[in-house]
Design a protein around this ligand. Sequence first.
Ligand code: UD1
Ligand code: CA
Length: 457
Amino acid sequence: MSFKCLILAAGRGKRMKSATPKVLHPILGIPLIKYVFKAVDSLDPKEVCVVVGYESELIKKELESNPVKFVTQQVQLGTGHAVMSSKNLFKNYKGQILILNGDFPLIKTKTLKSFLKEHIANSCCVSILTGEAENPRGYGRVIRNEDSSVVGIIEERDCNRNQKKIKEINSGAYLVKSEFLWDSLSRLDSNNAQKQLYLPQIIDIAHKRKVKVGVKKLKDIDEILGVNTRNELTNAQNIIRNEIVLMHMNRGVTIIDPKSTFISPTVKIGKDSTIYPNTYIYGDSKIGNKCSIGPSVWIKDSSIGANTNIKMNCFIEETVVKNNVQVGPFANLRPDTIIENNAKIGNFVELKKSRVGVGSKVPHLSYMGDSILGENVNIGAGTITCNYDGVNKNRTEIGDGAFIGSDTMLVAPIKIGRNATTGAGSTITKDVPENSLAIERSKQVSIKNWKRAQKKK
Ligand code: UD1
Ligand code: CA
């Protein structure tokens, strides 16, 4: 089934009360428009075009890695006008055009596929996707005549009292033969409450001209819920989140509290892992088998190996954590960090652009930036790398088996040799050769019979 697709995304989305264009508001870290794009892209369209207008550059940037063409609608004069603005992109194209609002992220590929199939099988000139809504408020209502054939769509603002009671709503998805589309668009008028050119008016025109109108009516209207307000954004999020959580549970993941678990659609989680409440796993993240994650953990664009335990209150971004690793509680793993197998990262530890070798431990209260730790290194509590001199970020290298005493300051650039030791409390400014002890500390003095100052009575 060959078709081209047009996604409408030029509007600001006034009802969101936001400076960000509506279609860029994210659900589980992914902007609304990407859900719509993904649903249609899986059907292998000949081309996808997006109508942009408000903050067009932001939308183009978001979609830049996808095979999408853009057209600009300079002023937003309505959905019909938005489609008209794209006419040049479809020059010489005689086939079917699937038009989709950019703000209905729940739509599924499967549904679009059967919508397309029915439209073509029934040789319709134009088809609409509708659903019976318990609460149709805000949507265009589908008007049918006595023999139940569709005669048009009326926006809520233009409905009379009886029409408002109609529960069948327009989803904002249309399939139209291109010839009919351009012809009917040229006949739109703006005799409506918003004085705009409405795309749904092409259905009235189709009826009047007696061309065949197809209707695919959905039982499950979740799929066609539009997002116009923050409340609708959260509702849509909850539906998507539930589906994702359920999918992981069905594949053998324990999710203690689905309601407080937020997993992006792109995330993979291995069997027998447990996700504790209030956890966010976003972006391009992957969790291995038999992991324990959370509670209250944030993971983004990171990979976690098997049998790894990410304890309470960790923040992890663009990091690779391998197998049998313990992290946290309260660890902050910043981008470009790699934690090798069997390592341990303890509480109140921050790592940035660092690699922690197999079996190494950074158990308490440390900062390691721009560092490479070999295997079986032990970093004493309170140790930090002084990696920044105000201008440059300098590197620290710590060899295999080194033992860094508690509260060591490692002033980078610096190299600590294999099996070297540093004394607790030392400020290390020079490279330490392998197998040696570096200690930098003034000698302790004890003053006998020392009397502390007394408070006057
Ligand atoms: C629209 C439909 C309504 C349907 C509902 C489904 C119209 C007139 N009404 O209403 O029948 O029930 O969707 O959710 O089409 N846009 C542009 N340029 C414009 C105006 C809008 O690109 O000039 C884009 C928006 O960015 C948005 C989409 O078109 O992605 C729909 O616009 P919106 O204002 O949300 O329409 P609704 O009022 O929801
Ligand atoms: Ca809408």
